[in-house]
Design a protein around this ligand. Structure first.
Ligand code: TRP
Length: 458
């Protein structure tokens, strides 16, 4: 690739400013993963020790891989598959590296298919909260509300479809007119709502219990599979290894510091996950509820609390709006890579690509949607369709994709190109970063994998 093409923006457009990129990437990172998934997997895996291991994964793997991914995207300036291909060619490496990008795009398709179903729950819960259905309700009534929601395929279908239509609508609008316009407003509102909730939690009298649960480590509670969950979640929450961040990187103007941006995004994401935990667990404890409730945690325990607290009606509405906005800016980032891929590959318009890819994802989502009701007992290796999708992406495809990106950047890409793109001197920090990609990431990912398959015991 010659200098002239590299100076040009991608054919899809480019972020209008450095801040816009940071906002968009943080919006992609902050989502259901932070507010719905992090609290419940932390709850299931015993809290503190899990959180510590997760933070370690963010620092040692998450940030280095994020830097690598944004860099690869900006150097390639295309969809993840083509970007990997272009950058590999430039370094005289095998064109097969493009499959790392391809795997990521596939993972994005899989993730969005169930992500949209869960985001649909959030929409449904806004309506339930607005109708005041949680007020004074018993645990039984709340559980019934949840069971009725997930038990009705048509109901889920309605919300899942609505979510997909919104997402398609934004992505069809393009980088500046669709993505930027939406993210610019939704993200700040989301953050404001979250901060309001934390202030509320401070007031419950159980804030300290929340702190202890999240930060006091009990290592006995952390199993190898808990470690894989933490590792997979570090990738998931930062939107790594599916091309989402690589794609957003392709729209970054030149001379934006990738390193600073990555550190900012990862810190903001982590902070928001911890804030979500600090908003949720005090409420859970204040009402004598269990932290290990699983995927239903925020949908079953929180409404109960909302129903019994002063201003709970409003807090409930705020909470589910916040959840929806967070999910929405992430859903956009999941649809963008496959859409860009199709635009480049088939040379069709962005509008058509959005509709076609969106339809395929919508269709795939039906599997997850049905696994909460009609297909509840259709199981593969003990997992239903939704659990399988979640497991296959977060615990297999994302770690593998992360491994591919780390190995490519550290071992295959030419150093001169890396230095040129990152615009940093060859400092100690640079060497540490390369070491994280070259050694820590491959060893850690392999160890955790082997451990789970039971070949090795710690
Ligand atoms: N990171 C988002 C969350 O925490 C979800 C998400 C968006 C994502 N894009 C992604 C996850 C790409 C993995 C890969 O909810």
């Amino acid at each position: 690739m010659d200098m002239t093409t590299r100076e040009l923006p991608s054919i899809h457009g480019q972020w209008s400013s450095r801040w816009m990129f940071i906002l968009a990437a943080t919006g992609a990172a902050v989502g259901l993963g932070n507010i719905w998934k992090f609290p419940y997997i932390a709850g299931e895996n015993g809290g503190g020790a899990f959180v510590l291991f997760y933070l370690l994964c963010i620092i040692l793997l998450g940030i280095p891989i994020m830097i690598a991914e944004i860099m690869l995207g900006r150097r390639g300036r295309q969809n993840p598959e083509n970007s990997m291909w272009t950058v590999a060619k430039e370094s005289d490496r095998s064109p097969l590296w493009r499959f790392v990008g391809g795997l990521g795009i596939l993972a994005a398709v899989f993730i969005l298919s169930y992500y949209s179903v869960i985001a649909g729950w959030a929409m449904n819960y806004i309506v339930l909260a607005l109708r005041g259905l949680f007020e004074g309700a018993s645990a039984q009534t709340i559980n019934q509300l949840f069971d009725t929601m997930v038990g009705s395929p048509y109901n889920l279908l309605f919300w899942h479809s609505l979510m997909m239509v919104f997402t398609i609508g934004v992505v069809a609008g393009g980088v500046e007119k669709g993505l930027e316009r939406t993210i610019r407003y939704l993200f700040p509102v989301m953050l404001l709502l979250l901060v309001m909730l934390v202030f509320y939690a401070l007031d419950t009298g159980y804030f300290a219990n929340g702190l202890v649960f999240l930060f006091a480590p009990n290592f006995a509670a952390l199993s190898p599979s808990g470690m894989l969950t933490a590792l997979g979640h570090a990738f998931f929450t930062l939107s790594l290894a599916t091309g989402s961040i690589m794609m957003y990187g392709a729209y970054v103007p030149r001379h934006v510091s990738i390193v600073t941006a990555s550190i900012f995004i990862a810190c903001a994401d982590t902070l928001i996950a911890l804030l979500a935990g600090l908003a949720i667990f005090p409420i859970v404890f204040a009402h004598g509820l269990q932290p290990e409730a699983g995927p239903g945690l925020i949908f079953q325990t929180l409404p109960l609390a909302f129903g019994h607290m002063p201003y709970g009606h409003i807090i409930g509405v705020i909470f589910f709006f916040m959840l929806l906005f967070a999910a929405f800016t992430s859903a956009i980032s999941l649809l963008e890579p496959p859409v860009a891929w199709m635009v480049e590959r088939l040379n069709i318009s962005r509008q058509w690509a959005s509709i076609i890819v969106g339809f395929v994802i919508w269709l795939l989502g039906l599997g997850s949607l049905l696994s909460f009701n009609l297909w509840e007992n259709v199981r593969f290796m003990g997992l239903n369709f939704f659990e399988l999708m979640d497991y296959a992406t977060a615990n297999v495809m994302l770690p593998l994709g992360g491994l591919g990106i780390a190995v490519f950047t550290a071992w295959a890409m030419r150093n001169e190109f890396i230095l040129d793109e990152l615009e940093v001197p060859k400092s100690v920090l640079f060497k540490l970063w390369k070491f994280a990609l070259a050694c820590i990431a491959p060893v850690a990912i392999t160890l955790v994998f082997l451990n789970v398959v039971g070949i090795l015991e710690f």
